[in-house]
Design a protein. Structure first.
Lengths: 128, 293
């Protein structure tokens, strides 16, 4: 995975248009230019194969394939993938399952810029 | 949250109209709580004494506090103490209603006293948002007892905290509300040790206003995006509820994806217990339901 914000590809998977819109705005503000969206788990897996993104933000509660199921498929095929679970249901059960399956990090919704940027600082470098 | 239930108390006891209450809720953030209302709340002065001080002020160019001291109603220490008092939402709402002419000082004194007595509330309870008093007011308002009472009370508590955090504190819990069966709704199921169908339903105008506040965008029609925003609010509130239940009760609950429905679909749900949570925001009525299945 690249640590260069200007080159990194980010995939946001959430069934809510509002959340995707807000995430796109915040990620753009952080400096990313290649931001992609998926509205459910199936689409996330498809886009992952197609784009090989450097980071994926994954919701959990979605119609069809859930975020946990999509995480499992992605991590089985690409163990190095950086998947961040971004959900309102950050219960102990969901978190431990996601960590067991290889999720890199977790964001509790509602996502605010400060929380997101702090997390991104651990993975990416911005130009001086 | 005790402020919102004070609004319900005023409404249910027919002390103010729904229209006046909405106007006062809109005005309260710009309202300055006057010494008289603070003195009534503290029990230092009666409404009659406050009225007498106000009357006197029309004839002399002095501050209310100085006149109250001169008339022997307050000590200087009490004036200082009152001016340093936290201006709780309840006092702001009361002052707004007094300023609008909907309540006299005497009526405010009486209703505040009876609200506190009926619910066993002290001034300290008003200053703390997260306390057992709020829980007991919720249980009493929704008559929660027996099976599922704790789950239901937590649901209301989290929901109202989320209103205050994401939508606004200008709402009043209602005892009941009629709604058009065809109006749109969103449902989501909570599943696990405790299973319930939750829903949100409102008319188009209220949906647009509610979604505009949550999305922090100016939305104009109840289109797919607005419905998506409403749906995400329900998902977020339910998610935070599940997190809370997991932390406080050690129970792991799940959520199903949200689905579009109508108010009539919600009425048709066969449930062991149905908790209706209608609320009147200043922009319109929104009805939440927790149907235990």
């Amino acid at each position: 995975m690249t640590t260069d914000v200007t080159k990194a590809k980010i995939l946001v998977c959430d069934d809510s248009m509002m959340v995707r819109k807000k995430m796109r705005k915040l990620l753009t503000e952080y400096g990313f230019t290649e931001i992609y969206e998926a509205e459910n788990g199936e689409k996330a897996v498809e886009k992952f194969v197609e784009l090989n993104p450097d980071m994926i933000f994954m919701d959990i509660v979605m119609p069809g394939l859930t975020g946990i199921e999509a995480l499992k498929i992605i991590k089985t095929n690409s163990p190095e993938a950086a998947v961040i679970m971004a959900t309102s249901v950050g219960t102990e059960g969901n978190l431990s399952e996601a960590i067991k399956l290889g999720a890199s990090d977790f964001l509790q919704k509602p996502i605010d810029g400060e929380q997101l940027f702090k997390l991104l600082d651990n993975y990416f470098k911005k130009e001086a | 949250m005790l402020t919102q239930f004070f609004g319900s108390y005023l409404l249910n006891n027919k002390i103010v109209s729904s229209k006046n209450l909405c106007e006062a809720l809109e005005a309260k953030d710009k309202t300055r709580v006057k010494l008289g209302v603070l003195a009534i709340n503290a029990g230092y002065m009666t409404a009659k004494q406050v009225d007498a001080v106000h009357k006197k002020q029309t004839t002399v160019d002095k501050r209310i506090g100085d006149i109250a001291v001169e008339m022997g109603y307050l000590t200087e220490a009490q004036v200082d103490e009152l001016l340093g008092t936290q201006k709780t939402g309840c006092l702001l709402l009361g002052q707004a209603l007094v300023d609008m002419g909907c309540l006299t000082n005497e009526e405010f004194e009486a209703v505040l006293k009876s609200y506190k007595e009926d619910n066993n509330i002290t001034d300290a309870d008003f200053s703390k948002e997260d306390n057992q008093k709020t829980e007991s007011v919720i249980s009493s308002f929704y008559k929660l007892k027996g099976d599922y009472a704790e789950y239901c009370r937590e649901y209301v508590s989290i929901l109202f905290k989320n209103f205050i955090r994401f939508i606004g504190d200008d709402f009043t819990p209602l005892e009941s509300a009629e709604c058009d069966p065809s109006q749109c709704a969103v449902v989501q199921e909570i599943c696990g040790d405790f299973c319930a169908v939750t829903s949100i339903s409102a008319d188009d105008r209220a949906c647009v206003a509610f979604a505009s506040r949550f999305a922090e965008e100016e939305l104009t029609e109840n289109d797919d995006y607005t419905k998506d925003v409403i749906s995400e609010f329900l998902n977020l509130s339910n998610g935070l509820y599940n997190v809370n239940i997991s932390e406080t009760m050690g129970k792991e609950l799940g959520l199903t994806p949200q689905e579009a429905a109508t108010a009539a679909d919600i009425e048709a749900i066969k449930a062991k217990k149905v908790l209706k949570i209608p609320v009147e925001f200043t922009f319109g009525k929104v009805v939440f339901t927790l149907a235990v299945i």
